[in-house]
Design a protein around this ligand. Structure first.
Ligand code: G6P
Length: 608
């Protein structure tokens, strides 16, 4: 969380920094700031609230002079969102400025020490200690000072520093939090993520832990903390610039919902050759696969919900026990994992702190880790044993849609691939699964063509106070995602419930007009869910039911039904999630919510 940018070149830096920050707002948006060297001194402008506030304050950056600067968009961890807690932070004399993403765990101790030395702090942030420490230790060499300061810091950080002492340099360093360097012609950049610099350059370095980048207008040097030069390969980003733009849509979320057929197509097509699933990325042998006695799935948020779907899919097709864990729980529960465990780690960003640490924990116990990641070269992708990339392209809206869908697609590919290797799939089923997978993009397009039906349902229900999503089996897994989508962007209280559990508690909350969204796509359990629909209706609930088009009889029990194309059980969540995403989107839109940047959330959660 938090987004960092930095620019050094010959152009006015502030407008470039603000444009970069605009692309990083998904990482946090409770305050923003920039610091420029204006030829005389470091000048800071920062403001609580969305970036828009800072833009208005500085006339889109035009009012700030200087050709070197750093900027930041914040997701508060230490100290409430406020002007003073916003980054960049200056040292006491104002000679050093720092932007930071991450958490300095021992900041209190460091702060107390500096206060005892007579230094005055302005903010409540952990970041300010970095700026103050730099000034405290600075003699005449900024690099030496920064290396010394790093040795004092515990925790995670991506840091950008500019100073009055060396005004023709930006220094950047990372440990555990992501940071890239963008290479331009007579100008260079730092950023937390590619979209911030995509309009300027496609050539980047991805900094590894404890690498220090020293940027001037003409040159970038990378060294380690022993001051040895580090040779790095320049990576070329092949994302289309428009992929990180709204392209005429009102919100990124809507654009990303509409992009799902293509994202799924791009994720599966390269991996199906002559009707066979080929996962060249996976290094485990057939023998190893047979010997795994357990699959452990680890993730956070929507990626965890993909894991819950995967449990049903893997257990059915692979006939191996599957456990799904929230990364933040897995880490601390002393899990039973060893070299007979196949761990599957799912993450869009590849940077989620808990997921990454949980992965390391699994590796420490000897598990083989396959990660499913969207951001190429991200930490989880680099540190896992094998990585299967989802080719969703950049996802900007905080609420995930296309990343979730492509993660599901990878789960299906893995189920078919491993199922075949384990001898669990007949030739007939194999062909059926592959064909069902290949038909997904067209079927999703069909659902999207009828989005107005969902908009209509949203217009009937956007004033709901509580919404319950119910389902059985894989529909239950899906209800978790439907409920999360709705609550995160529309702020309506919602809960996902296994339909069979209703009678053990939740049914007491059903009263006249309570909205229940019943997922009834799972063929074998239709009758059971129909009974649950009747039960809640008898207590006054308004029911919206989601079913496959071959079950028109559902109309007899549910007042409102959304039909999706028929498909095999395995891939149904990929179809059924589309109306749920659209429903959440339209409800939030009717309520006037800030859809792409819901309150208190951030897309990339790099703190624990
Ligand atoms: C945040 C995002 C979610 C995402 C979760 C895990 O909460 O808003 O959309 O599912 O983090 O992120 P990851 O990048 O690991 O998938």
């Amino acid at each position: 969380m938090c987004g960092i940018v930095g620019y050094i070149g010959y152009e006015q830096a502030a407008p470039i920094l603000l444009q970069g920050l605009e692309k990083l707002e998904y990482r946090g948006y409770d305050s923003a700031g920039v610091c420029l060297f204006n030829g005389k001194e470091l000048q800071v402008e920062k403001a609580k609230g969305k970036l828009e506030v800072l833009k208005n304050l500085t006339n889109n950056g035009e009012d700030l002079s200087g050709t070197v600067g750093i900027g930041h968009t914040r997701w508060a961890t230490h100290g409430e969102p406020s002007d003073v807690n916003a980054h960049p932070h200056l040292s006491e004399s104002g000679r050093f400025a720092v932007v930071h993403n991450g958490i300095i765990e021992n900041y209190n101790q460091l702060k107390e020490y500096l206060i005892s030395k007579g230094i005055t702090f302005r903010s409540k942030t952990d970041t300010e200690v970095i700026a103050q420490l730099i000034e405290y230790y600075y003699k005449d060499n900024l690099i030496d000072t920064i290396i010394k300061v790093l040795s004092k810091l515990n925790g995670s950080y991506a840091i950008g520093v500019i100073s009055q002492e060396n005004p023709d340099e930006i220094i950047a360093v990372r440990k555990e939090s992501p940071l890239i360097v963008g290479l331009g012609e007579h100008e260079n950049y730092i950023a937390s993520d590619v979209p911030a610099i995509l309009a300027k350059t496609r050539k980047i370095y991805r900094l590894e832990n404890n690498e220090i980048a020293i940027l001037t207008r003409e040159n970038v040097r990378i060294i380690n903390t022993d001051k040895e030069e580090v040779k790095k390969e320049v990576q070329t980003v092949n994302w289309d610039v428009s992929a990180a733009e709204k392209g005429g849509y009102e919100h990124f979320m809507f654009k990303e919902i509409m992009e799902q057929p293509k994202a799924i197509h791009d994720t599966i097509t390269p991996r199906i050759k002559d009707g066979r699933v080929v996962l060249d990325e996976i290094s485990i042998t057939d023998e190893q696969l047979k010997n795994f006695n357990k699959i452990e799935i680890i993730a956070c948020g929507s990626a965890y919900h993909v894991g819950v779907v995967a449990k049903y899919v893997f257990e059915k097709i692979l006939r191996k026990p599957v456990e799904v864990d929230l990364a933040s729980e897995f880490r601390y529960r002393d899990p039973i994992v060893d070299d007979k465990t196949l761990a599957v780690v799912i993450s869009q960003s590849g940077e989620t702190a808990d997921t990454r640490e949980a992965m390391k924990e699994a590796q420490r116990h000897g598990a083989h880790v396959i990660s499913i990641v969207n951001v190429v070269g991200s930490s989880i992708a680099s540190e896992s044993d094998d990585v299967i990339y989802t080719w969703a392209g950049p996802e900007i809206a905080v609420a995930t849609t296309k990343a979730y869908s492509t993660q599901l697609a990878v789960i299906y590919l893995m189920a078919i691939y491993f199922g075949d290797k384990l001898g669990n799939i007949s030739e007939e089923d194999y062909k059926m699964y592959v064909s069902e997978l290949e038909q997904l993009p067209d079927k999703i397009t069909k659902i999207l063509e009828h989005k107005e039906n969902i908009q209509y349902l949203a217009s009937k229900h956007f004033n709901s106070r509580d919404v319950f999503f119910i389902g059985r089996n894989i529909d239950y897994a899906l209800s978790l995602e439907g409920s999360l989508k709705l609550k995160e962007i529309s702020y309506i209280h919602s809960e996902a419930y296994a339909a069979g559990e209703l009678k053990h508690g939740t049914i007491s909350l059903i009263e006249n007009g309570t909205l229940v969204i019943a997922l009834a796509t799972h063929e074998k359990l239709i009758e059971k869910i129909v009974s649950n629909i009747e039960e809640v209706q008898a207590r006054g609930a308004d029911v919206v039911c989601l079913a496959c088009e071959n079950h028109q009889e559902i109309k007899n029990v549910s007042q409102n039904t959304i039909f999706i194309p028929q498909a095999c059980d395995m891939v149904l969540p990929s179809l059924a999630v589309i109306p749920l995403q659209l429903f959440a989107y339209y409800v939030a839109s009717l309520k006037g919510c800030d859809i792409d940047k819901p309150r208190n959330l951030a897309k990339s959660v790099t703190v624990e």
